[in-house]
Ligand binder design. Structure first.
Ligand code: NAP
Ligand code: MG
Length: 500
């Protein structure tokens, strides 16, 4: 396949079905984290561009909402089909802009394809309820109504999957979308916008405005016509958005950070546990919201797990993810590297024992990009900062425990609540753990990653604010419940009063 992609060209905003220059005429450069090659230039739009997009979306939404949902879904079927046809191109571009290895990039694109077909199916469901009225000759039902224009703000670590989790349910439910992708990863947004266009989505139903969070993101929050903000990103930014939306009584759905843990009990299949930890800790170089960054291990198998993990980590190939033999790709940018380095220092000062890694890879081929060695600390305690705070890099802390209760308590002691996992062969432990782990996602005998799109995705406590992406639950973010009463008695019947 030719990779004559969009090198060094300028991307444009997608507003009202057309490609538009930003009103600022300013652009910023986007580099491939694997080799620091310039990929594209991306607009730094201003509030004016957001306003244009919102006005367009508002107009488009009126007619889109009147298109029967099964017909709206037809567009999503075409979107899914186009994504499928372009899966390899999308995956390679994704690896180039984000750095994740090609196998994972293919997995992420597949997640978007799955979401398209799943949400297209919702076009013939979008179920409400019918229920008996307390009065005679009266009919009662609830239906989902679109909210209008929705604002979507997405991070760089899953530049296409997260966008599909949010935009597809919004579209099938009859909303119009204004989407601000992360500046680090605009190419997936550009490609997806093209797919919407080719799939025949009416003009203005999806609009993409590129630009920084502090300009474009903030402008979106200030727009009264955007009735919902759906955000995925850091807690810091999420908290700020929640405050501003709260003031404006704007609905806001937040998916934020994680400090996810694997528990390895004394009866676990250790080979499986090692595989699960490696995949969920070092995949995407630990830059997943669901990445495993803590392992609570039963003291009786601690040494064996340490040895096995160390020897497997030594075999991990690190480099440009376009090479199929590479297992671990780069870190998104220099500030990501600096943050990880800082946590290594913190871990050492806290008394954690560094078993392997802990340094920037900057010789040979690695000099060209942003690479960090897969890192393993041991003898960590649950209260250390490296065991409490999100590092967002390939760093794992082993925490020895005496029993499952202690492991669960440590799991639950962090401010986040996204994903957790337990490796055990004891069915009683399995059921107790899935009940007591306080995260939005629990895995048994698998690592902390691997969500499927038809289940709710999200977390408790500091990870979110009670909403979920993907699954049917996503529809709750992008619809309002409307209760409809139809009285066919021909007389005025008063609820609670004219009941016989
Ligand atoms: P981030 O810095 O919070 O950015 C996320 C998005 O918000 C970007 O599009 C960013 O724009 C925008 N933004 C920044 N400041 C803003 C503001 N003041 N108002 C409105 N929007 C603003 O997060 P990130 O560094 O891209 O992503 C990593 C974080 O995302 C991690 O904490 C990770 O755990 C979390 N995450 C969570 C989930 C989940 O589902 N729970 C999934 C993936 C990632 P620019 O960057 O373009 O300025
Ligand atoms: Mg950021």
């Amino acid at each position: 396949m030719s990779l004559k992609l969009i090198k060094e060209e300028k991307l444009l905003n997608f507003i009202d079905g057309e490609w538009k220059e930003p009103s600022s005429d300013e652009y910023t450069k986007v580099y491939n984290p694997a080799n620091l090659e310039l990929l594209v230039q991306v607009p730094l739009s201003r509030a004016q561009d957001v306003q244009d997009a919102v006005q367009t979306a508002k107009q488009a939404q009126k007619s889109w909402a009147l298109v029967p949902a099964p017909q709206r879904a037809e567009v999503l079927f075409r979107v899914g089909t186009l994504m499928k046809e372009r899966k390899e191109r999308l995956s390679q571009l994704l690896t180039m802009e984000n750095g994740k290895v090609i196998e994972e990039a293919r997995g992420e694109v597949q997640e978007g394809i799955d979401m398209a077909f799943y949400m297209a199916g919702e076009g013939r469901r979008l179920f409400g309820q019918t229920t008996p009225s307390e009065l005679k000759d009266k009919f009662a039902m609830s239906v989902r109504a679109p909210v209008g224009v929705v604002g979507i703000i997405t991070p760089w670590n899953f530049p296409i999957a997260i966008a599909t989790w949010k935009s597809f349910p919004a579209i099938v439910a009859g909303n119009a979308v204004v989407w601000k992708p992360a500046t680090e990863t605009p190419i997936m947004a550009y490609e997806l916008a093209r797919i919407f266009q080719e799939a025949g989505l009416p003009k203005g139903v999806v609009n993409v405005v590129f630009g920084s969070g502090s300009t474009v993101g903030e402008a979106m929050i200030e727009q009264d016509d955007i009735r919902v903000i759906s955000f995925t990103g850091s807690n810091e930014v999420g908290r700020e958005i929640a405050g501003k939306c709260g003031q404006r009584l704007k609905k806001v759905s937040l998916e934020m950070g994680g400090k996810n843990a694997v528990i390895v009990m004394e009866d676990a299949d250790l080979s499986l546990a090692v595989e699960g930890i490696l995949w969920s800790a070092y995949g995407t170089s630990g830059q997943r919201c669901t990445a495993c960054s803590r392992v609570m291990v039963h003291e009786s198998v601690k040494e064996e797990l340490e040895d096995r993990l160390q020897s497997e980590i030594a075999k991990l190939t690190i480099g440009n993810g376009l090479d199929e033999s590479i297992k671990v790709g780069p870190i998104i940018n220099r500030s990501g590297i600096e943050k990880i380095k800082n946590y290594i220092q913190i871990g050492k000062e806290e008394g954690a024992e560094l078993l392997t890694g802990g340094y920037v890879l900057n010789s040979g081929e690695h000099r060209k990009g942003n690479y960090f060695a897969p890192t393993l600390f041991t003898n960590v305690t649950g209260d250390m900062r490296i065991a409490q705070e999100e590092i967002f890099g390939p760093v794992v802390s082993l925490i020895p425990v005496k029993n499952m209760e202690e492991a669960v308590a440590i799991n639950n002691s962090v401010e986040y609540g996204l994903s957790s996992s337990i490796f055990t062969r004891d069915v009683n432990k399995v059921f107790a753990a899935q009940r007591d782990l306080d995260t939005g996602i629990v895995y048994v005998n698998a690592g902390t990653t691997g969500a499927e799109i038809h289940l709710p995705f999200g977390g408790t406590k500091g990870t979110g604010n009670g909403h979920r992406d993907s699954g049917v639950a996503a529809l709750d973010v992008f619809t309002e419940w409307k209760a409809v009463y139809v009285d066919f008695s021909g007389k005025l019947q008063r609820a609670q009063i004219d009941v016989e």
